[in-house]
Design a protein around this ligand. Structure first.
Ligand code: FAD
Length: 323
């Protein structure tokens, strides 16, 4: 039987999140030659369909309603379940984002199916599709399969490569009318904290500061380096607790989980709770005064030194390379 896989296209600040394209690539693996259908939910979302198709979706279903302007689990679950009802998929993929983490258990329980969350890789083994996810705060990985029923997974951003964009690709775009009712939460307005620069969870380069930066001004050299590299600034909880920066920058077990291509940890000791959020980064550079700091155990490159000397030197060198 040809498989059909639904993938949720996620929008943020008027643009599709990269994880939507990564989810399509995951959907393709699950569909194994079958059909990948991207689902868009919002008040005016059809215009985003084209990019989903260029990144590999075979078809897009858009559900538009004024009541879906802002995310609510009641509204989005009604919309998504209407698509599952219509399409009867064999697979579902969401991004493992704040939205995906909130919506996926609700959909799984309504459909009475299992869910493999936070998948970082998908492999084929003996004809089975195997999902790999970190456990014990990233200290180990487990392999899971779903042998019957709908295969439902959330994929961690920045782990599964999207398919190359094919400008010439075309596909069907359909609307689906769904009556959205009984919303228990009405969101009148979303006030976002003004965030500078690149979104931390999707950043390819992260410069993170710990208690070693010593003050909020101490983050300035890190911001400069991040600007030169087109990256984002992150932090340890130590730095957030000390009020050097906002908690929205916190990386770790109780903060954001990130997987950039390059993670530069400045003045961070490398507590297990911090490493739970960054140890899967592709290349880790640690700058620390203490040669015994635990962060050097996960670092690919370690620099023993004062971050206030090392970081500006790195910034200058990268500037020269870019000039
Ligand atoms: P410290 O451990 O104080 O390390 C500072 C480092 O800076 C030291 O290694 C020092 O040598 C170095 N340093 C000082 N000055 C300089 C300088 N000039 N140049 C270079 N290096 C310098 N932590 C997180 O990060 N994320 C989480 O999500 C998180 N969740 C937690 C959940 C729980 C339930 C608990 C109990 C803890 C959690 N923590 C978390 C806290 C964690 O245990 C650590 O306390 C925290 O990560 C320490 O932050 P730090 O490395 O910035 O500070």
């Amino acid at each position: 039987m040809t498989k059909k896989v639904l993938v949720l296209g996620e929008l943020r600040d008027g643009a599709l999140r990269n994880v939507s394209f990564e989810a399509i690539a995951a959907g393709k693996k699950i569909a194994a030659g079958g059909q990948v259908i991207a689902v868009l939910i919002g008040d005016s979302v059809k215009s985003y369909s084209e990019d989903l198709i260029k990144y590999g979706a075979d078809k897009v279903i858009a559900i538009e309603d004024e009541k879906l302007k802002h995310y609510t689990s009641d509204g989005f679950s009604q919309a998504f379940l209407a698509v599952t009802e219509k399409e009867k998929p064999q697979g579902i993929v969401f991004g493992h984002t704040a939205l995906g983490k909130d919506l996926s258990p609700k959909i799984a329980s309504k459909l009475n199916i299992g869910l493999i969350s936070d998948v970082t890789a998908i492999e084929e083994e003996d004809g089975e599709t195997v999902f790999i996810r970190p456990i014990y705060s990233g200290k180990a990985f487990e392999k899971k399969i779903i042998s019957e029923g709908i295969v439902f997974v959330t994929v961690r951003p920045n782990n599964i490569d999207p398919l190359p964009k094919d400008e010439g690709r075309t596909g069907e775009v359909n609307g689906l009318a769904v009556e959205i009712k009984d919303l228990r939460t009405i969101i009148k307005e979303v006030v976002r904290k003004a965030s500078e620069g690149v979104d931390l969870s999707e950043a390819k380069v992260i410069i993170a500061g710990g208690r070693g930066v010593k003050s909020s001004e101490g983050f300035e050299p890190l911001k400069e380096l991040a600007d030169v590299l087109g990256g984002a600034v992150g932090a340890s909880r130590g730095a957030c607790d000390a009020d050097y920066c906002d908690y929205s920058l916190q990386i770790g077990q109780t903060g954001k989980v990130v997987t950039p291509d390059l993670y530069i940890a400045c003045g961070i000791s490398g507590a297990i709770q911090h490493m739970a959020g960054m140890s899967n980064s592709k290349v880790i550079v640690a700058i620390n005064k203490d040669p015994e700091a635990n962060i050097f155990n996960v670092a690919d490159y370690g620099i023993v030194g004062d971050l206030f000397e090392v970081v500006p030197l790195l910034t200058d060198e990268f500037r020269k390379l870019k000039a």
